[in-house]
Write a protein that binds this ligand. Structure first.
Ligand code: HGY
Ligand code: MN
Ligand code: MN
Length: 392
């Protein structure tokens, strides 16, 4: 199969996978849902067609292995991304990286490449964190980086068995859409990633008192939604990248004063100390709002992940491979989280970004060009060959 054919087939597969959803009218696939099982079956079939040994690990990550001929103790190069999505997602965030890895491996196998390491193509089961509000569940389980607090919050007790043995992984490389506008503005298809922003996610609850909307005097109400609204506007003004994307008001009727509001809080920054200081400042602001409005604040940090730098040597290999396609390959920081952040704790990790239309992501309008995808497949293939020739 030539590269033109591989890239066109990859785009077709992204379309097909984009129809595998838990909801009829939009793309949503979350950890362990029926659609995730169907996605793993579909991609697992494509992996088998490519000659890979396919399995699901204890964290429901999908793995397709190409063992190194003649060396049962060879280390493993992991290539992939995630197969779960946000709600009302685009079809490339995650799947593009899994299917680019599979296409690059297909190209290598068809060319008869002999590699000194195993390759595993991976589709992680949960990167977005929609089900438990904390991210990197699949890759964190594989890397063994899930905290006790994260494990306590999830129902899957066996997930720790997905942890790979120390020293087993040679490296991890991930292709992903940029999710930002830089490559497009510079008219470039590919870029490498310098590092991944840290993030804090908090579950914020305001607890007041429910009551009759028509008879309870305005004065003296303990309206939890008004408290949340006041705090959310303070979040918008805090001066770093911060978002409230999910909110639930109980009991949830138009004629009942909201007595209990739960909302998310997502704070990002490349400077970990600054991010943590901002989160603390926001907590104090939430407490002040709660005190003024006579409601109770509950503040539960569900994730606190530090900034991660990509591995310089592995990134150079990726950069050199991408240089075959464009004169300049820029190095970009990632404001989004990626599975590479979890893998970086246990092996060298690097990432290749692919231009996406308008920088749009976490939205059904996500779009990539077939020609850029062909370059990404070739760059990843060449990266593997370069890695094979280096004493890494
Ligand atoms: O939220 C993120 O940054 C990533 O897309 N999971
Ligand atoms: Mn995402
Ligand atoms: Mn992603």
């Amino acid at each position: 199969m030539g590269l033109q054919h591989l890239s066109r087939e990859l785009m077709r597969r992204c379309d097909e996978l984009g129809r595998v959803s838990d909801e009829p009218d939009r793309l949503t696939r979350t950890f362990r849902s029926p659609a995730m099982a169907r996605a793993n079956a579909l991609v697992g079939g494509w992996m088998r067609d490519a000659g890979l040994e396919v399995r699901e690990d204890a964290a429901f990550n999908l793995l397709g292995r190409w063992p190194c001929a003649g060396n049962p103790r060879a280390k493993t190069l992991l290539l992939g991304s995630h197969l779960d999505t946000v709600r009302d997602a685009g079809k490339y965030d995650g799947p593009l990286g899994v299917l680019t890895a599979l296409a690059a491996v297909t190209a290598l196998r068809e060319a008869g490449a002999q590699l000194p390491f195993d390759i595993e193509v991976v589709g992680f089961s949960d990167e977005e964190g929609v089900r438990y509000q904390s991210t990197y569940l699949g890759s964190g389980a594989l890397a063994g980086t899930l905290t006790k607090r994260a494990l306590a919050r999830i129902e899957e007790k066996d997930i720790e068995r997905a942890r790979r043995k120390r020293g087993e992984l040679l490296a991890y490389a991930e292709v992903h859409i940029e999710q930002g506008p830089v490559l497009e503005s510079r008219n470039l298809a590919l870029g490498v990633v310098s590092g991944i922003s840290g993030q804090t996610r908090v579950r914020v609850e305001f607890i007041g008192r429910a009551g009759h909307a028509g008879t309870t005097p305005m004065k003296g109400r303990r309206d939890a939604l008004c408290a949340a609204a006041e705090f959310i506007l303070a979040v918008e003004k805090i001066g770093v990248t911060a978002t409230v994307g999910q909110i639930d008001a109980r009991p949830g009727a138009g004629n009942v004063i909201p007595g209990h509001v739960t909302h998310s809080l997502d704070v990002r920054d490349f400077d970990d100390a600054k991010r943590r200081a901002v989160v603390e400042k926001l907590r104090r602001q939430a407490e002040a709002v709660a005190a003024r409005r006579n409601v109770v604040l509950r503040w539960t940090v569900v994730q606190d992940t530090g900034r991660v730098a990509c591995d310089p040597k592995l990134t150079r290999l990726l950069h050199d491979a991408a240089s075959g396609h464009q004169a300049e390959v820029p190095s970009l920081p990632s404001g989004a989280g990626h599975d590479a952040a979890a893998l970086a704790a246990v092996c060298p990790a690097a990432m290749l970004f692919v231009r996406c239309k308008g920088g749009v992501s976490h939205h059904p309008d996500e779009s990539v060009k077939t020609g850029d995808v062909a370059k990404a497949i070739t760059a990843l293939r060449d990266f593997v060959l370069r890695l094979a020739h280096e004493s890494f």
